[in-house]
Design a protein around this ligand. Sequence first.
Ligand SMILES: Nc1ncnc2c1ncn2[C@@H]1O[C@H](COP(=O)(O)OP(=O)(O)OP(=O)(O)O)[C@@H](O)[C@H]1O
Length: 232
Amino acid sequence: MTRLLWTEGLGKTFQLHLQGGLRMPVLENVQMVVEAGECLALSGPSGAGKSTLMRCLYGNYGADHGRIWIRHEGADLELSAADARAVREVRRRSLGYVSQFLRVIPRVSALDIVAEPVIAQGVARAEALRRASELLIRLNLPERLHGLPPATFSGGEQQRVNLARGFAPRYSVMLLDEPTASLDAANREAVIQLVQEARAAGTALVGIFHDTDVRDRVATRLFHVQPIREAA
Ligand SMILES: Nc1ncnc2c1ncn2[C@@H]1O[C@H](COP(=O)(O)OP(=O)(O)OP(=O)(O)O)[C@@H](O)[C@H]1O
């Protein structure tokens, strides 16, 4: 099997400067591997560190201990040691992140928001727009909304634009943070299909799915994030 994203002894401690420098260890010695075609669902109680782990994997939080590796452009790259330019390149080519909320850009249409990361990969604009439109239709976003900026869209509509933007570039590794949180049954189904197609194409996915029905249908494996008992 081909591992696409993995950690070695990953640790993360927050330091609370406003609380006299109190140290809050959240992740300790995390050994996680996700292979091509797998969808790993992070489990563990509220506050265990699932979102923190996702943010470390995307490079938003630095790791205090251990390493994070990603398969990028045919080679193993240590993401936890990569400089900002290399992280940007990994995010452009290999690593996608679908957060719960869309970052709306004033005056940019839903279609352009979805097509933008595809164009950034070097795909021709017409093809990127075609892919964007196809995904928005699959996610049931009414066509009259495709040309409008999503600032005034409903929460569920914005989340679907965000999902389309996440899936359009066909990254080899995807991180999904509650991708179905504000979706109705039909749209949850569309997301489940997208995850299954991505897996079939060899994508490795890591997700937080609080909806257990969705989790049972998309996850190939659970990864338990162990809560740490005491603050140091
Ligand atoms: N930026 C931060 N600064 C300080 N502490 C933080 C920060 N982010 C998270 N934490 C703490 O780390 C712990 C883990 O939080 P995290 O959001 O990763 O948990 P979670 O497992 O995703 O929880 P939930 O299922 O409720 O979303 C919590 O105790 C939280 O208060």
